[in-house]
Design a protein around this ligand. Structure first.
Ligand SMILES: NC(=O)c1ccc[n+]([C@@H]2O[C@H](COP(=O)([O-])OP(=O)(O)OC[C@H]3O[C@@H](n4cnc5c(N)ncnc54)[C@H](O)[C@@H]3O)[C@@H](O)[C@H]2O)c1
Length: 272
């Protein structure tokens, strides 16, 4: 059985932990950490097989585990990723936006090779990355339009320097239009999907992103268009937000669980 350390005990971390506890993921959750002690304690209460709560995030990978699962924040990724690999542990990252900083991406990519360890980036709240990866060398353009209820965009850095008042929006309104690199730095908790898409395809400076606030929607919708020599692909994913965190889609959580299940199982692997 693989041994798992969990970093982040919020909406996503809790569902991942419950999937391990119920046996859906064939593994043992041995250690957990959250910057909020309360969050770790609340999670512990929900589990029948109790992991140890460690005192800081670096202690996760100094214990005998196979993989650290990050479901916390971009800051957490910047803080622990390298030491996880140096401690010869695999890593699964959900706060993928952190990797659009090219120096971080390059350092981690080199560390994977040096320490012979793997970083897993689940497809998260979108689908179709298998296709995008396959045709990445034949892409002419790649774009994503993300539509969310204004409450799902609240708290983003973008609004610190914007005149837009999300509470006053009463019809679908384009909030942001630009490249993935800028979208991810302005909306770090909302637009990991743009980071994933650009990493799978033609990079964060060539991937176009539009963010729409729609007060009439109850879904997080992503519409992806890829064009090139291969032809054209379009994907529309209409996600229900998680009930505990409207910024996070249910699919993102299920995608994390499936990636981890695959990592922990000896099985037939389906798809690219
Ligand atoms: N890849 C995707 O498609 C995708 C989709 C949804 C969410 N996400 C990302 O996954 C992460 C988790 O999402 P969530 O819905 O569970 O969020 P959440 O806010 O419900 O939970 C995050 C938890 O991490 C903890 N945390 C934050 N920074 C930390 C740090 N530096 N060290 C330790 N603990 C820390 C918080 O206290 C909180 O309990 C977020 O960064 C989110 O942006 C990715």
């Amino acid at each position: 059985m693989k041994r798992i350390g969990l970093l982040g005990c919020g909406a996503m971390g809790t569902q991942i932990a419950l999937a391990i506890d119920s046996g859906k993921i064939p593994a043992t959750l041995t250690h957990i950490f959250d910057a909020s002690k309360e969050k770790s304690s609340i999670l512990l209460e929900k589990l029948s097989n109790k992991p140890e709560i460690v005192e800081n995030s670096h202690l996760l990978s100094s214990n005998p585990i196979d993989i650290v699962v990050e479901a916390a924040s971009q800051d957490a990724v910047r803080d622990v990723s390298l030491s996880v690999l140096q401690n010869k542990k695999d890593l699964m990252i959900m706060s993928v936006g952190a990797l659009l900083d090219e120096s971080i991406y390059d350092i981690l990519s080199d560390a994977c090779k040096d320490f012979k360890k793997t970083i897993y980036l689940p497809s998260g709240a979108i689908a179709g990355l298998d296709g995008i990866k396959a045709i990445k060398n034949e892409l002419d353009s790649l774009s994503i339009t993300t539509t969310k209820h204004p409450r799902s965009l609240k708290g983003a850095k973008f609004f610190e320097n914007s005149q837009i008042n999300l509470d006053e929006i009463n019809s679908p309104t384009v909030i942001f239009e630009g490249i993935a690199k800028d979208a991810v730095s302005q909306f770090p908790a909302n637009i990991n999907v743009a980071a994933l898409l650009s990493l799978s395809g033609i990079g964060s400076e060539e991937t176009s992103v539009k963010i729409v606030a729609d007060p009439n929607t109850d879904k997080n919708t992503h519409h992806i268009v890829a064009r090139g020599k291969f032809g054209k692909m379009t994907f529309t994913i209409e996600n229900f937000p998680d009930e505990n965190n409207p910024k996070t889609s249910r699919l993102a959580i299920l995608s994390a669980i499936e990636t981890l299940r695959k990592y922990c199982s000896d099985d037939i692997q389906i798809g690219t």
